[in-house]
Write a protein that binds this ligand. Structure first.
Ligand SMILES: [Fe+2]
Length: 278
């Protein structure tokens, strides 16, 4: 797997560390998961891979799996739910999962997750955690944390993004940051790329209409507070090995090489905002 991604500038995870006083980021190979803390409550956004170093890296952030009672799931791919799958270490077995009601159809087996331009079916994911099923537009609170659910189908049929306290937008696998701004996420992994592009337009429109400028935090390519650049190429797809994509000097040569993700960096260096070439 690792060999495939070498030198391709596709996955560009942020390092493990602190984004700001509310958000901490943890790197698992090519993916990121996030922790959001407000007034003593910490929730987790996505559950990453079934990743053997999760507890260790959470400790770098002064977090423990037992702190987590609530996990927002953007979508059910194994790099976003791995730590709650039945064959994981079950670090979060008592946490509630929040997932879109449409996305849940993959978990029940009513829908098959198709990738590679819908030519290949992934195996069904199984989790025994308690689930709360969410609808598009639903707003709910976990203690003092306000969570708004926005359905953005395309990558998967029930992909949800979460707007938290109107200030943070966790986008999972909807936006892919290239060197020169955001694109619709990696084309070959989508159920429906036309739908993905429409969903990005809907998402941008919602932010513009409400005059919101949240921190936009992605599952694989870092974060930005620059709304304009985040949606700069929202009608274009990230195409695997597309020579037209602008070279990204920040992209790691090998996304699976974690040698530069260290406790020293996590504790002493904030996770930098993505810098775009304009
Ligand atoms: Fe992903």
């Amino acid at each position: 797997m690792s060999y495939l991604f070498r030198g391709t500038e596709i996955f560009k995870p942020a390092q493990t560390g602190v984004i700001d006083e509310r958000v901490k980021c943890l790197r698992e190979y090519v993916a990121n998961i996030f922790f959001y803390t407000k007034e003593g409550t910490t929730i987790m956004i996505d559950a990453g891979y079934n990743y053997e170093r999760l507890k260790e890296k959470m400790a770098w952030l002064d977090l423990d799996p037992s702190d987590i009672r609530h996990i927002l799931i953007t979508h059910q791919d194994t790099d976003h739910v791995g730590a709650v799958e039945d064959d994981s270490d079950l670090l979060f077995k008592d946490a509630k999962l929040y997932i879109g009601e449409i996305e849940n159809r993959y978990l029940t087996g009513e829908e098959k997750r198709m990738v590679m331009h819908r030519t290949f079916a992934l195996s069904r994911i199984r989790t025994s955690n308690e689930k709360v099923l969410l609808k598009d537009g639903e707003i709910f609170y976990i203690d003092h944390i306000k969570i708004e659910c926005i359905l953005v189908p395309g990558h998967t049929w029930g992909h949800m993004v979460y707007l938290i306290d109107d200030e943070y937008l966790f986008t999972g696998d909807t936006i892919w940051f290239g060197a020169d701004g955001g694109y619709s996420f990696i084309a070959m992994l989508a159920e429906d790329n036309n739908l993905a592009v429409k969903s990005l337009a809907k998402l941008e429109h919602l932010l513009v209409k409400r005059n919101l400028y949240p921190k936009i935090i992605t599952g694989h390519t870092g974060w930005t507070s620059d709304r304009f650049m985040a949606f700069a190429h929202r009608d274009r797809l990230c195409i695997w090995k597309d020579r037209n994509l602008v070279h990204d000097p920040e992209a790691p040569y090998d996304g699976y090489d974690e040698s530069n993700d260290t406790e020293e960096l996590a504790r002493n260096h904030p996770v930098a905002e993505k810098q775009f070439i304009r």
